[in-house]
Design a protein. Structure first.
Length: 258
């Protein structure tokens, strides 16, 4: 399976292998020594359940294209993360998205025809193997307690992903998403930095919504999420300033994963 990974793997994942009580009976799982994959990532998928806490630390934007995804923005340029060191370790107090915390695990279909999701892992992560240290992956044919906790976390993440999909559909149906653009001026005699390549919610369109549509958005929890996103956009300037302070000189373009 490891040699035949599905095409189009998600962000961070280089390969996917299903956990098996036969193949991995004597394996253990241990904490990863570094998270360099995170240190080199400037935008990470975010679920709507995380908007409330995430909007306090970094901007929330939406990927470009016909199937937008909410993204936590950790830097304004590719490969830049202002919140971690080169090993992906936090440089201060901030919320780490569930997408990052679930790695190297995820639920996936083993074949296009399958309806069931199986717990898989990225074998290149180095977190699972025939180690002397760490916790067992299986106890007999049953997943060990830590693996059960990981499975539960991944299942909750999938449910949160479905809720996030509903939120995005509401935005699209009401034509609230527009191409994003942010201009940052540094000094009077320099060219401004203009960032595009993402989507954002148009606040003026929200204000123009019919009363019944707004009432529905209040009842289903969509409206608070809209404003969490809008409030978070103020932090783009902070991300820019942190890049300057850290010597990660901002470039006048932003590309977020689709």
């Amino acid at each position: 399976m490891a040699s035949a990974a599905p095409a189009g793997l998600p962000l961070f994942y280089k390969d996917l292998t299903p956990l098996s009580s036969q193949t991995h009976a004597n394996w253990s799982v241990k904490a990863m020594e570094s998270a360099s994959f995170f240190a080199q990532t400037h935008a990470v998928p975010l679920t709507t359940e995380e908007f409330g806490v995430a909007q306090r630390f970094y901007p929330i934007v939406f990927s470009d294209g016909p199937s937008p995804v909410p993204l936590a923005l950790f830097g304004l340029n590719e490969g830049v993360n202002v919140f971690t060191d080169e090993n992906g370790m936090p440089g201060g107090n901030f919320y780490v998205p569930a997408y990052v915390r679930r790695y190297p695990f995820m639920l996936a279909k083993l074949s296009p025809q399958s309806e069931e999701l199986s717990l898989c892992f990225d074998p290149s992560s180095g977190a699972l193997g025939e180690f002397e240290e760490g916790n067992p992956v299986f106890e007999g044919t049953e997943p060990a307690p830590q693996i059960k906790e990981i499975l539960d976390f991944c299942e909750k993440f999938e449910r949160a992903g479905a809720t996030t999909g509903f939120f995005v559909q509401e935005l699209q149906q009401n034509k609230l998403l527009i191409p994003g653009e942010v201009t940052i001026q540094v000094g009077e005699d320099t060219q401004p930095f203009v960032y595009r390549g993402f989507q954002m919610i148009a606040q003026e369109r929200v204000l123009e919504l019919r009363g019944d549509v707004l009432r529905k958005m209040v009842q289903n929890g969509v409206l608070p999420l809209i404003y969490a996103h809008l409030f978070s956009l103020q932090l783009i300037q902070d991300i820019f300033n942190l890049q300057m302070q850290q010597g990660k000189m901002p470039q006048p373009n932003l590309t977020v994963p689709a």
